[in-house]
Design a protein around this ligand. Sequence first.
Ligand code: PMP
Length: 331
Amino acid sequence: MHTAPDTLALIGNTPLVRLKGPSEATGCDIFGKCEFANPGASVKDRAALFIVEDAEARGLLRPGGTIVEGTAGNTGIGLALVANAKGYRTIIVMPDTQSKEKMDTLRALGAELVTVPAAPYSSAAHFVHTSRRIAEETPGAVWANQFDNIANRRAHILTTAEEIWSQMDGRIDGFTCAVGTGGTLAGVGLGLKAKDENVVVALSDPHGAALYDYYANGELRAEGSSVAEGIGQGRITANLEGAPVDTQFRIPDQEGLDWIDRLLTEEGLCLGLSSGINVAGAVRLARELGPGRRIATILCDTGFRYLSTLYDPAWLASKGLRRIDSGAAKG
Ligand code: PMP
């Protein structure tokens, strides 16, 4: 045991846990990287720290400066805590469709929160473009630009991939996760392939995203929709460019929900839906690779962030979804 010199040193070096249910269901060893154990309770703390330190190194962010970002919430939470630890102000722009818990957390951290109605990326009102405009209009402000700022994926090449590789003693057959910005998939994928080019890297795409079709047949095409927050991309971001994707899955929300429910009730892990989609993808990858393989995925954030949505049976029912625990599927 040792002490950390400061809060920022708590980012990363998260545990890797063997997921019993998914492993037993496939005859593989499926491991989850516990990104909910970061101080901001999500995988995005890593990108936030790298983006801020990159802006400092480039001289774009000076003492007393402001960080502006458009986010589904988790990057904003990471940026706000990094900003507090370093003495910056944060302005966070978020679509109003995201969970109340994430908005409340941002306000509690002292971020200035701007919510905007959901709009397509092609619209000037989209949260990403709104955040860019606010950054341009605010003196001393820097735009974090997580989608196209590759300091994001560098965080995963240099930390997440290295950690997974050493935690698995260099014995890993496959890795999969979903994409928001693509920082995690591309960064971990590139980092692991640099260690061993035989590691199979798989995209686990939710419905409503366009990347499954892009990697399957070169066409960006979305189908259906998803209630998962923080994932579901419609374009090739700078972070995704050159991502080494070998295979891809399109995962329905219910398949991801069934896994987060099992992980909660059988293993005591309370996770968000992107983690469920990742675990569902890991199970599909395990079935594709065959028994005895070792597969890693990302447990992106805590389920405590979704008590008013995913963990509220009435909310789920309103979306046409169900928890297996409250139905007949378990047994
Ligand atoms: N899961 C959640 C809950 C997220 O907030 C995000 C980030 N938007 C992701 C997954 C995807 O991570 P990335 O941006 O690295 O693709």
